[in-house]
Design a protein around this ligand. Structure first.
Ligand SMILES: [Zn+2]
Length: 88
């Protein structure tokens, strides 16, 4: 069994991935959690189709929303969830 198979086995649902968008420009440090399939996220590429935007950046993928939330909180961000894709 190769490492990839082993990793996938440990995941609850390999289709569900989460990304965190860290925003540096808004008041304070805010982060928003998205599903990877969200049109605002697009697997971490965002609406501008780049992973290196001037306003912030994408982190991920995460395989649990809890992990994404904790990552952002540890980074000192106030965490919200995307209203569009509403990740759970
Ligand atoms: Zn979203």
């Amino acid at each position: 069994m190769d490492w990839k198979t082993r990793t996938n086995e440990n995941l609850p649902n390999t289709k569900t991935r989460y990304y965190v968008y860290e925003n540096w420009k808004e008041n304070g440090r805010k982060a928003r959690i998205h599903y990877s399939i969200c049109p605002y996220c697009k697997e971490g590429k965002g609406i501008h189709n780049t992973s290196s935007e001037v306003n912030g950046c994408w982190r991920g993928p995460f395989y649990k929303s809890f992990d994404a939330e904790k990552f952002a909180q540890d980074g000192g961000f106030k965490v919200r969830k995307c209203k569009h894709c509403d990740p759970v």
